[in-house]
Structures are given as structure tokens and as C-alpha cells.
Design a protein around this ligand. Sequence first.
Ligand SMILES: [Zn+2]
Length: 401
Amino acid sequence: MDMNNIESIVQQVLAEMRSSGSMPSAGGASVGPIPAKSRVAMLTSTGHFDIQEYAIPEVGDDDVLVKVEGCGVCGTDAHEFKRDPFGLIPVVLGHEGTGTIVKMGKNVKKDSAGKDLHLGDKVVTCMIFKDNPDITMFDLNKQNVGGADVYGLLPDDDVHLNGWFADYLLVRGGSTIFNVSDLDLDSRILIEPCAVLIHAVERAKTTGILRFNSRVVVQGCGPIGLICIAILKTMGIQNIVAVDGEEKRLSFAKEMGAGNTVNFKDHKGIEALTEAVKNAFGGYLADFAFQCTGSPVAHSNIYKFIRNGGGLCELGFFINGGDATINPHFDICSKEITTVGSWVYTLRDYATTFDFLKSAKDIGLPMSKLITHRFPLEKINEALETNLAMEGLKIAIVINS
Ligand SMILES: [Zn+2]
């Protein structure tokens, strides 16, 4: 018996131990008894998922079968659920998912970051590249993912296990997959939305204005704004002011690292609001601002909070919220404001996100509190309705919850 054999046997045994005590199936690289069928939540018409069962397909030499543990509900899922703007119905949604490798093809050895992959490892997917070499390479961090396919936004086909709102997902060869066994379930569910903010902060850094001692205003304290504050905090930025209209969210912003908060409902008119932001910074305007709401009025307002020569990152408009009015003379030109937009993330940002989530945990930021609702798969319609009702922050499907 050579060393390679011993190593693979040891890894197999470890993987089996990790997979919560389930018995290995006879032969083949798989962990535990894999059922013949998997449940999926199929969106069959607007506003309605059906729980359906499909045979678990053959796992090819380059494929990975993942047993789903959980998946966040994204705003994109809510839009698709309500109106089918992407024309995907019938579709298995869910792209913020994570789970355990229970079977893998013989060619699968490493994840997209070069880390080893074993049975029993916890993984997330990022996107599926077809033939765009500019974005398939991990080191090219300039291009965002626009145009790539994502599990959870694929049209239904013979495989059916194409989204994370299911018991199993088949990750096909050529997809990006990351080994995140060192993160807990809540952190793994939060990876995708956090990657959006890692990207935004990386975009902000390109201005050269965002520094260790910067005064930073974050407008909007939904999940996006709150995660933004958490990332700034892990970077060591101490002087953060959060702006929102809800006290509950503002107090959460403080837990995430905001030193001060401003409730815009307490201040009538943009002059009074600007004065309140200034006071919150001890009499100074912000060096840098993150605009995390989808409100055109909020976009118009935020320029007033920024000092001459300051910077702005706009990332709130993931859907078209309409036109905003600004005064180019006062707001941009005479103040020499540097603005950047931010959209989705790169593969590099995805890997950075894993480190951020570990740092956030290390310094005690309450990231898990972002997940305010957990539903089992069979209650997926209720989960989406809860998201649409704008109750809570992050809604998640957790299998067996
Ligand atoms: Zn998402």
C-alpha cells in the first residue's frame, strides 16, 4: 500500500466522521446513504412554489453532489417569485446556499481557490462560467460577474437539481465551488450578500480616499448597509455614522460598529439632516459615503454629507429605482467628489469574504443576528412572502429547521 492510498483512506474516514455519523454507501466516492430522490422547491407560477421530487442524477467525473444545509433568500428571488422578470418559470431558485459534499467525481480534487476538496467538506458555489476566459481565471479581479450563470437562476432542465432551494444540488464540472468548511452555517449563508459589500469596499478603496482614520457615512441600514458597517469595522475604521429611518436598524448598526447614528425622520429638510450628520462626526462632514438604499431621494441627499474632495460609493440600486436629481455644480464639480459604482463581485472578492466573516466573528460582530427568520423548505412560500413584506433582515431556508 503506497502513501497515496493511505492518505486517501484517511481522508475518506475523516470525511465520513464529519458527515454526522451517517454510514458510507458501498463503493464509489460518496458519503452516507444518498436517497434516490431529492425534494426541490419549484417555482411553477408567480407567487407559488411546489415541492416536487426528482431522481438524483448520476454524478459525472467532474461533478459534485451537495446535500443542502441552508440558503438565504435574496431580493432577486423575491422579484422572480413575484413577477418572473427573468422569464425563468419553472425554476428552482436559491443562489445563497451552502451544504456538504456527499459525492464527487474522480476528477474533482481542488476548489476554485486551489484548496483541496473532500467528501464531507462544506461548500458554496459562486458562478458558472461557460467560455469567457477573462472571468474564469481566479486571479483576474477586474471583471465583475455580469453575464455569468448562477445556480438558483438557471432554467429547469433534465437535471432539475439546479438551485439551492432543494435537498440536493448537482454542481456540474466547470462551475466555481469553494471549500468553506471552516465557517459556521450562518456565516456560509451570508457569504453571497457579504461578497457584494466586499466588492463595494474594494471599489471604494480605488478612490484612494477611504483610509484607516476616515469619517464614513453609511446611508441605509438594511442587510446591505449593516454588512457594509461590519466590513468597515473589521478594517479598523472607527468613525462610522449610520443613517436610516428606523431606530431598530440604527441600534443594530451600532452593534455592527457604527459610532453614531442619525434618524432622518428626526430632521426636516436636507440642511437639517446634513447638520445632524455633521454633528454626529463632531462637526465634520464625511470623507467617504456608502449609499446603500435604492431610494433616489437618498442618492440626492448623500452628496451633501460629503466634504470637498471626498468620495462616494453607490451600491443601493440593484433594481431600477428611478432617476435622482443632483446639482452637478454644487454636488460634484465644485466639491471634486470622486464617485464609484459597485455591482455584484469578483471571484477574488468571494475568497476575501471568507476571511472577512472569520474576522467579524473574531471581533464579536453579531453577524448571525442578520438572519432574522429561518424556514424549512416546505414553508418556502411563507419565506418569500415574509421577504416581500419587508419583515426582518435576512430570511433563510434551513433544511430540517
Ligand atoms: Zn443574492
